[in-house]
Design a protein around this ligand. Structure first.
Ligand SMILES: *[C@@H]1O[C@H](CO)[C@@H](O)[C@H](O)[C@H]1NC(C)=O
Ligand SMILES: *[C@@H]1O[C@H](CO)[C@@H](O)[C@H](O)[C@H]1NC(C)=O
Ligand SMILES: *[C@@H]1O[C@H](CO)[C@@H](O)[C@H](O)[C@H]1NC(C)=O
Length: 315
């Protein structure tokens, strides 16, 4: 049977969620359309009978749907709109073959806590869904490897409970949004952007809950700001354009366990890290001159300049 386009689903979802009196029959029809809009439909969902739809999700009716779990199903077509499903708390659509996202798909999701769509590399280029500002209870957003492009909207002060923000392996450009400083994010993964984030990493200095920051493989510039008020144990800065002297006093030495500084434009000696910092690497800084330093950091080791006469003053 030819699957209907997601437009039918969109229409039904919209019709249902915007009507004040939602009947169970309508929900059945909408669930049927939802099932049919996924190609192939989820294996335990019926596309011919809606009478048992409550069993598909363990919830009833659609307007009370709390969790949608459809990872690793080879689903294709567009991610349908979930707009206004105000009971929906968790959406898991990772590792499918979706080729697009309906505009505004996540608007009005006022109960949403977890949005996880990672590893959908066939989605036609789209932007970070700024309609998520409606979801003020978000705790976790995972959109790694989903072809997101463009600049991140400056909306992260809307999420008072956001702990995990995963956006690695996309094509996000521009600067880290200033509103990140007002978010309680602990795990920030925004490494390996295709063209690379630009601007400084100054915003990190205000992120007092930050414990893990993966920023490697971008085009970030400027010096390491004062990170001593963060809670970082894992700071990945390699493969950027960062400059200046790495001063240990800027780092959260009570919590820091591993740090990479390789392939930037840092200058001067590698600072003395206490033994609690187990993993340090800082190879290939300043491309016009070559430093040599053992991969395994030893206490007191310094970066060696091959052309010491080119050293900048203040080292
Ligand atoms: C992106 O997702 C695809 C599909 O799951 C996977 O094969 C690929 O390895 C992922 N890429 C990265 C960089 O994780
Ligand atoms: C990434 O974004 C840049 C800037 O918008 C664009 O020129 C480039 O084509 C994009 N790369 C991919 C793989 O989409
Ligand atoms: C840093 O260390 C933690 C454990 O201490 C580990 O889970 C994490 O993967 C490490 N990060 C890297 C990039 O090695």
């Amino acid at each position: 049977m030819e699957a209907p386009t997601p437009h039918l689903l969109l229409f039904l979802l919209f019709a249902i969620s915007s009507s004040l009196t939602t009947s169970t029959a309508d929900d059945g029809a909408a669930m049927l359309a939802l099932a049919k809009s996924f190609r192939p439909p989820p294996s335990d969902w019926s596309t011919t009978s809606s009478t048992d739809y409550c069993k598909w999700t363990g919830r009833s009716p659609l307007s009370e749907l709390k969790t949608l779990t459809l990872q690793r199903n080879k689903l294709s077509g567009k991610i349908p709109s979930f707009a206004k499903l105000s009971s929906l708390q968790e959406i898991y659509l990772d590792e499918n073959l979706f080729d697009g996202v309906e505009p505004g798909a996540f608007a009005g999701l006022t109960s949403l806590q977890i949005l996880s769509i990672s590893d959908n590399p066939n989605i036609a280029a789209w932007s970070f869904p700024s309609e998520l500002v409606d979801s003020t209870s978000l705790t976790s957003v995972s959109l790694d490897n989903t072809t997101i492009s463009g600049v991140l909207p400056d909306v992260f002060d809307s999420f008072a409970s956001l702990q995990s923000l995963r956006l690695s392996y996309n094509n996000i450009t521009g600067a880290l949004p200033p509103s990140l400083a007002k978010s309680p994010v602990q795990n920030l993964w925004i490494n390996n952007q295709e063209s690379g984030l630009t601007g400084t990493i100054e915003v990190l200095s205000g992120m007092t809950s930050l414990s893990q920051a993966w920023l490697q493989k971008n085009q970030l510039t400027g010096p390491i700001p004062d990170l001593s008020k963060t809670n970082l144990f894992d700071l990945q800065l390699r493969d950027n354009q960062l400059t200046g002297i790495v001063s240990p006093s800027l780092l959260p030495l009570g919590s820091l366990k591993n740090i990479t500084l390789d392939s930037n434009k840092f200058q001067g000696p590698l600072p003395l890290f206490p033994p609690e910092v187990a993993k340090v690497s800082a190879e290939h800084n300043t491309p016009t001159r070559s430093y040599s330093v053992n991969h395994q950091h030893k206490r007191g080791e310094t970066l060696q300049l091959t052309n010491p006469q080119e050293m900048h003053t203040g080292l």
